[in-house]
Design a protein around this ligand. Sequence first.
Ligand code: URA
Ligand code: SF4
Length: 230
Amino acid sequence: MRGAGEFLPERITLPTLRAAVATCRGCPLYLHATQAVFGEGEVSARVMLIGEQPGDSEDLAGKPFVGPAGRLLDEALAAGGIPRDRTYVTNVVKHFKFTQRGKRRIHDKPTRYEVEACRPWLTAELELVAPDIVVVLGATAAQALLGRAFRVTKARGVELETSLARHTFATVHPASVLRSPDEELRREARDALFADLRAVGECYHRLDERHPITATADPPSNSSASPSGT
Ligand code: URA
Ligand code: SF4
């Protein structure tokens, strides 16, 4: 497997990465997918959400988290008071992996080799966006980013110490909530996902308190400007 490294652009920006990922042949997943699905959001986003790989809807739309799992993610973000358009949303693997069953395309889990092959794209996104908060969604992303021993079910919704960002959280994948076998379990899983995103929301809303922007700059001595809130 070649890996994505050789497909990275020379000058790394979100637009150059987005253009380059469309040409990636770093692993065989490009062969059957409609298109690569790169992350979406502003380079200035302070929260980055990282899922597994695009699903059927994302593969067709070319954007991450726009199908059923994405709608649930939107609701969970709203529960945490985090506007989706202020986040950067992406996946560890950029092409949809599936098995064709009749007319349906059934999601397949990417292998660890595919995850490794694709990692340079995510590494570049993390370096460029440099989010204050990373939210890891589901077991595949957690194993890729937090280690193979990490169990989302055991450490969800609490702040983790990582080198990914100043604040890191993990939770289940929204698609796993949708796969719950009955109505009651689905409601419980959904409530738990929303609770995790509320914990992220609390952290998000404390960002400026804890790390005031004014503290990072030398205050001009002759300025009439005063710190906000005074
Ligand atoms: N599931 C993911 O992990 N990512 C998407 O973009 C959509 C569904
Ligand atoms: Fe490249 Fe990742 Fe697509 Fe594989 S899944 S071809 S490494 S972009």
